[in-house]
Design a protein around this ligand. Structure first.
Ligand SMILES: [Fe+2]
Length: 169
């Protein structure tokens, strides 16, 4: 079933953000990671009740203003600020509530918090479920949503991935 029309130009937005990424494109926090976070988040959203528009935007913004692959203090806030800068030109059709969720999720995604809001929790879980790229098995205790806890307890997201159309080329 086709996805409902998005309120933003996803492919063009990704190109715009990736073109300004200051890290190495192949880095562990670069666009390949963003794509997996998007995929993970959309999968989680099928059960968590998260807003998939916010999940998609979080995936591309949350690490977009990193300058290195270390702790890079404040990079979440810089990603949120970048979204604010692009709000008018690129995100004019998302609601203020959606933008607030995006801004909050980006700002605070780095500190290991949990969140009861299904959209914020799904964004953070989608990021943490990609820890396998740095040889860390995601732990259920760091997940906010029940579905992500289930995946982490299973040891891998792979068995849960039936939807090829969530992959971005
Ligand atoms: Fe990330």
């Amino acid at each position: 079933m086709p996805s409902p029309a998005l309120p933003f130009e996803e492919t063009l937005l990704w190109q715009h953000i990736a073109s300004q990424y200051q890290g190495r494109l192949e880095s562990i926090h670069g666009p390949a990671h963003w794509k997996r976070v998007r995929r993970n988040g959309l999968l989680l959203a099928t059960k968590t009740g998260a807003d998939p528009v916010v999940v998609r935007l979080f995936s591309v913004f949350h690490d977009s203003r990193r300058t290195n692959d270390g702790w890079d203090h404040g990079h979440g806030g810089r990603g949120a600020e970048f979204a604010t800068q692009l709000r008018k030109e690129w995100l004019g059709n998302i609601s203020d509530d959606q933008f607030e969720l995006l801004h909050y999720a980006c700002t605070w995604h780095t500190d290991g918090h949990h969140h009861h809001d299904p959209t914020i929790g799904t964004c953070w879980d989608a990021d943490r479920l990609d820890l396998g790229r740095v040889s860390i098995i995601p732990s259920a205790e760091f997940m906010s949503t029940a579905f992500a806890k289930e995946m982490a307890a299973a040891g891998s997201i792979q068995p849960y991935l039936p939807h090829d159309d969530w992959e971005m080329s």
